[in-house]
Design a binder for this molecule. Structure first.
Ligand SMILES: Cc1cc2nc3c(=O)[nH]c(=O)nc-3n(C[C@H](O)[C@H](O)[C@H](O)COP(=O)(O)OP(=O)(O)OC[C@H]3O[C@@H](n4cnc5c(N)ncnc54)[C@H](O)[C@@H]3O)c2cc1C
Length: 402
């Protein structure tokens, strides 16, 4: 495996750096930094999405013929790393990385022509209707039903933890169209418009008071049969294709390493009993060093995945390893940040947003204002996209042969 960047890759890195310097506005960096939620709010994320789309760089996970960039896996890594270093907002994956590639892979030419340009332009905002009350890790047990009446599916049931459903124009949902066989059979992948009387979105507030997720209720909601992706009953294979994109395909390490570097800088200025700065506290140094080593090891794993992808090999269970390590290192960073900030971090403002002209004045530093919210919200990182236990089960089965 050759992990050195080629001269072409280095030239690409310089091009990305120059673009970010020129085109990434300060208010978007500020918004990204001061969002305590897990997901960047659409006003910040979609502005950056449109800037990237104008450059032709927004859909770098798509095939070139559908509007993608045609970048190599290494170029994708370089792009994500440079975006992290520059403090760019992480744009919503729901349209671009989740349903977009599904439509590219399984959609008809008509579906591609209808949906893909509106994802690229940001006209349509999407949410993901997979989990249900009682069906999360055991996703195939889902019960939300759809029956075909004429040329429309009529949908009844409920989805839960639906990120940004309150902003979404469309939901991509797994629904049950047949209950007679094994639970993985009889699942169908539907695209459903959100703006209709049969859909109710009910907010769920997180521990920090942020509104990111929802429960969505379907009562005789309708969608045209033309909005079915793949055959009826073929939803489970499509669902798995999408989950692989959700768990892999993107790099955690660059953002983690960037956060660790910020913590290191912060530690130099935070007082402690040992030589005047937390940075000199051996216990803190030990934990920060461990986090950095783990993030560097993760980066090497991510580069190995890229090397596999570049050779046309599927990454396999490494994506579970990356999800497991990435989310746990992220949570350790959140904890270290709280410990560094001490009493200053014991604040949880109720007003939102914490960026822009209307933002409340921080007590202490701006960092302290969001630290507790980030810590609380990011507890979810080891649950969504497949919990730690689920990832460990996959690793135990596929790597250790247990
Ligand atoms: C912030 C947030 C955003 C989310 N966004 C979305 C979204 O946009 N769309 C969507 O569809 N879903 C979303 N989810 C849902 C998420 O995918 C589920 O929460 C997740 O799959 C876990 O399912 P569950 O909550 O039903 O927990 P359960 O599956 O009930 O798990 C409960 C506990 O049991 C453990 N467990 C379960 N099965 C096993 C097993 N076989 N072996 C060992 N341990 C096990 C789990 O690890 C967990 O600790 C989101 C969740 C969160 C927290």
């Amino acid at each position: 495996m050759d992990m050195d960047f080629s001269p072409e890759d280095l030239a690409f890195r310089d091009e990305v750096r120059a673009f970010l310097k020129e085109s990434l506005p300060e208010h978007l960096k500020d918004g990204a930094r001061r969002t305590p939620g897990v997901f960047v709010e659409p006003d910040i994320g979609m502005e950056w999405h449109r800037i990237l789309n104008d450059k032709g760089w927004v859909a770098y996970h798509w095939p070139k013929e559908d509007g993608g960039t045609g970048w190599t896996p290494t170029q994708k890594f370089i792009f994500e790393k440079e975006c992290a270093l520059a403090g760019a907002p992480a744009i919503s994956i729901l349209g671009l990385r989740l349903v977009g590639p599904v439509i590219c892979e399984f959609g008809t030419p008509e579906q591609k022509a209808r949906f893909l340009p509106r994802i690229l332009s940001g006209e349509d905002y999407w949410c993901q209707g997979y989990s249900e009350p009682g069906s999360g890790s055991d996703l195939a047990s889902l019960k939300t039903s759809a029956r075909l009446e004429g040329d429309q599916y009529v949908v009844n049931g409920s989805k839960i933890w639906t990120t940004h459903a309150h902003h979404a124009d469309w939901i991509f949902a797994l629904v049950r169209t047949d209950s007679s066989g094994k639970k993985q059979q009889g699942i169908t992948f539907l695209l459903i418009p959100m703006d209709q009387p049969g859909i109710e979105v009910s907010p769920i507030l997180s521990m920090s008071g942020d509104h990111e997720v929802n429960q969505v209720f379907f009562t005789d909601a309708v969608t045209s049969v033309e909005n079915r992706i793949g055959e009826e009953g073929a939803g489970w294979s499509i669902a798995k294709f999408l989950l692989e994109n959700e768990r892999g395909g993107s790099c955690y390490a660059p953002r983690l390493l960037q956060s660790i570097e910020r913590l290191r800088e912060l530690a130099e200025t935070q007082p402690s009993g040992v030589n005047g700065a937390v940075a000199h506290d051996p216990r803190f140094r030990d934990r920060l060093s461990r986090a950095r080593l783990n993030a560097e090891a993760l980066e090497v794993t991510e580069l190995r995945i890229l090397a596999d992808l570049a050779k046309g090999r599927a990454p396999g269970p490494q994506t579970s390893l990356v999800k497991l390590l990435g989310s746990n290192i992220g949570q350790e960073i959140d904890t270290l940040r709280l410990e560094l900030l001490g009493y200053d971090a014991l604040q949880l403002p109720v007003d939102r947003p914490l960026y822009g002209n209307e933002a409340p004045e921080p007590v202490g530093s701006e960092l302290a204002q969001t630290a507790m919210g980030k810590y609380l919200n990011n507890r979810a990182a080891t649950i969504f996209g497949g919990s730690d236990e689920v990832q460990k089960n996959i690793i135990a089965k596929t790597v250790l042969g247990l």
